[in-house]
Every structure is written in structure tokens, then in C-alpha cells.
Design a binder for this molecule. Structure first.
Ligand code: FES
Ligand code: FE2
Length: 363
């Protein structure tokens, strides 16, 4: 099994095709439902060169609109998040107004323009699908059904009751590497003994099991050595088990990459996830979130204990980011063509194939 050639991390041309054929075509994570909790709340979500407004309507539906005015194409929302006053999305340029569903409601002095009908000038919609309290969007005209693309997610992690969980902490990062390197890094623990000594104590890399090796959702689990342990600074649980988690799952940390931009890591006692967004061919943002049940969130003593999980993952993330940035630099060398995967990295080969398939370079 050979790795991808170095150009897949550096070529503007390949990156452009990845945006077109992956990020503008596939289902991907936008945010959590709670981040647009009330009607009129909004987030602007960058997707490559696009910007998508995610908002909640009066009917409490979640909608996604391209952040582009139908008058002359001005970007409407400049803020990352906020609230639309009086349910009006207003362009800052000539004040065209849209409702939360995206319908054009006000267009000054356009009434007498021959053949102009407001109905023809709604904001362009992106598709929305909700799963596990996550808001997924798709920018394609006619996307494949979510259930088809993300089939392996359906029915999984039910015991964590993901829709009920809430964001307990957010660690934002920006790093200089190609988006695929971070996903590769997440999916193998061949690097763990050297890069993550503490993580390796709690979950030795020989314990990794890959149970899903095909398609958009791939991953497996690692077994915790400490009874009722977890990924924290002292290896003890950070909180009681999440909702209905029981049996083998009390001793497992699951690692799933949900192609192309979600890394989902249910622990026995909390859920961790990373939202990966490419900024350019060699730069990404990685937003690391922790989810807990509101019962824990509202308990100050338990939240203090929970900091041990945040500290653990901030340390571990930074260890990963350092090697990913070094790999970005090294793969630029004219001497690097492609490398060989170790048996523990079989899952990366599956990931590479998913990329190549999306680019039309594989049957
Ligand atoms: S460009 Fe938006 S109102 Fe003119
Ligand atoms: Fe790592």
C-alpha cells in the first residue's frame, strides 16, 4: 500500500478539484443545532470559496442559504454569527430584504421593473440534513440522499443520545497543513507511542480495531486499559457515562472520520468532535468541541473535573498539529514522491481511495 503522491498536498489544481468534487458536492458538517437555537439566530459557514448562512426559521426548521444577494451578488452577512432582527436578512448594499426562509420580501424601487417578480429572486438554498444534533449541509443541486452517503452513521451511537448533548467546550485551532493530513493523522495510531506518550498509556496502539473500512464513514475503536477510564490527564473518567452508554462501550473510545470534515470521537463519558475546514491548499481550521449532557454542564464541581479532558485533548491536539505541519513541509520536497503505509495504516489507504474516487481517478 503506497501513500498519495506529494502533489496531493500541494497542488492548487488538485485542491481546486477537491473543492469542486468533494466540498461543493458532498454532505458535510456545518454546526450543531444548538448553535442556531432560536428563530433568527445564524452562523455563516465557510465552505471553500463559498459562504453559507445557516439559520432557524419561525417554524423552527433549519435552513441554509448561499450568502449571496440576488441583486448584484454582494455577500450579505459579514459576521461569523449573530441574530437577524425582526426575522429580516438584509443586504448591506441596496437593502434588499429576505425572510428567514430566503424569500425576497423587499426590493426598493423594483416594483415597476418589467418582468421582475420577487418570487424569482429568493436566496439560493443549500440542502440541510440533521443527524445526532449535527447540522449537515450539501451545496450540490441534487445531492445523493444523506442516508446513502452516510449509511454507516445511521443507527450508530444511539446510546450516547447525541441530539440531547450540548457543547461544553470549544478549542479553535488554525494550522498550516493540507486538510487530508489531519484526517489521516486522526485515523492511525502508528504514531501514538512516539507522539502521544500519555494517550498510549491509556489506550495502547495495539488495541486499535478498525471496524468500518469502506465509504464516507470509516473508523473503529481503541480499548481503555483502566477500568472506567477515559482520555484525561490522570486516565480516570471525566464524568459519569453519557446517557445509556454501557457494556463494552464503557471501555472504548470510538474514532470515526465522517468524510470530508467531521472527526467524531465518542468516549464513555463525553463526546469529542473536530470540524475541519480547508482555508487553502496548505491551511486549515480545526475546531475541537466537547459534548456533555446538560445535567453535567449545570454542575460546577463536575465541570471542574471535566477540565482534565479538555487539558488532555488540547495537549494531544497540539502534538498532532506539530507532526502534521512538519509533514506538510517535508512532502513539498522534490525528493518526496510517495511513501509506504504500515499495516496499522490500512485505514489511510481507504481514506485515500475515497478522495481519489471523488476526484474520478478511481473506479
Ligand atoms: S447587492 Fe444586495 S441589495 Fe444590491
Ligand atoms: Fe495523534
Amino acid at each position: 500500500m503506497y501513500t498519495l503522491p506529494g502533489e496531493y498536498y500541494h497542488s492548487e489544481e488538485i485542491y481546486g478539484r477537491e473543492l469542486e468534487q468533494i466540498f461543493y458536492q458532498r454532505w458535510q458538517l456545518a454546526c450543531r443545532e444548538e448553535q442556531v437555537a432560536e428563530p433568527g439566530d445564524f452562523l455563516t459557514v465557510p465552505v471553500g470559496d463559498e459562504s453559507i448562512i445557516v439559520t432557524r426559521t419561525r417554524n423552527r426548521d433549519i435552513r441554509a442559504h448561499f450568502n449571496v444577494c440576488r441583486h448584484r451578488g454582494t455577500q450579505i452577512c459579514a459576521e461569523d454569527e449573530g441574530h437577524f432582527t425582526n426575522d429580516v436578512i438584509q443586504c448591506p448594499y441596496h437593502a434588499w430584504q429576505y425572510d428567514l426562509d430566503g424569500a425576497l420580501k423587499g426590493a426598493p424601487l423594483m416594483r415597476d421593473v418589467p418582468g421582475f417578480d420577487k418570487k424569482d429572486y429568493s436566496l439560493h438554498a443549500a440542502h440541510v440534513h440533521l443527524w445526532g444534533g449535527f447540522v449537515f449541509i450539501n451545496l450540490a443541486d441534487s445531492p445523493a440522499p444523506f442516508e446513502e452517503e452516510m449509511g454507516a452513521l445511521i443507527g450508530r451511537f444511539g446510546d450516547w443520545r447525541l441530539p440531547e448533548l450540548r457543547i461544553a467546550h470549544h478549542l479553535p485551532y488554525r494550522l498550516k497543513c493540507n486538510w487530508k493530513l489531519i484526517i489521516q493523522n486522526y485515523q492511525e495510531c502508528y504514531h501514538c507511542p512516539g507522539v502521544h506518550p500519555l494517550l498510549s498509556d491509556w489506550t495502547p496502539f495495539q488495541n486499535a480495531v478498525h471496524d468500518c473500512l469502506e465509504g464516507a464513514v470509516i473508523g473503529g475503536f481503541m480499548t481503555l486499559t483502566k477500568k472506567r477510564g477515559s482520555m484525561t490527564m490522570d486516565g480516570e473518567a471525566a464524568a459519569p457515562p453519557v446517557c445509556n452508554v454501557s457494556g463494552d462501550d464503557l471501555q472504548r473510545v470510538h474514532y470515526y472520520s465522517v468524510f470530508p470534515n467531521l472527526l467524531l470521537t465518542p468516549h464513555p463519558d463525553y463526546v469529542l468532535y473536530h470540524l475541519i475546514r480547508p482555508v487553502s491548499v496548505d491551511e486549515i481550521t480545526s475546531d475541537c468541541y466537547f459534548l456533555l449532557h446538560p445535567n453535567i454542564l449545570n454542575d460546577a464541581d463536575r465541570m471542574q473535573r471535566f477540565q482534565s479532558a479538555v487539558e488532555f485533548w488540547d495537549m494531544t491536539n497540539k502534538q498532532d498539529w506539530a507532526v502534521c505541519e512538519q509533514m506538510q513541509l517535508g512532502t513539498r520536497s522534490r525528493r518526496f514522491k510517495r511513501g509506504r503505509y504500515a499495516p496499522q495504516e490500512d485505514i489511510l489507504y481507504a481514506l485515500d481511495r475515497e478522495v481519489l474516487k471523488a476526484l474520478g481517478e478511481l473506479d
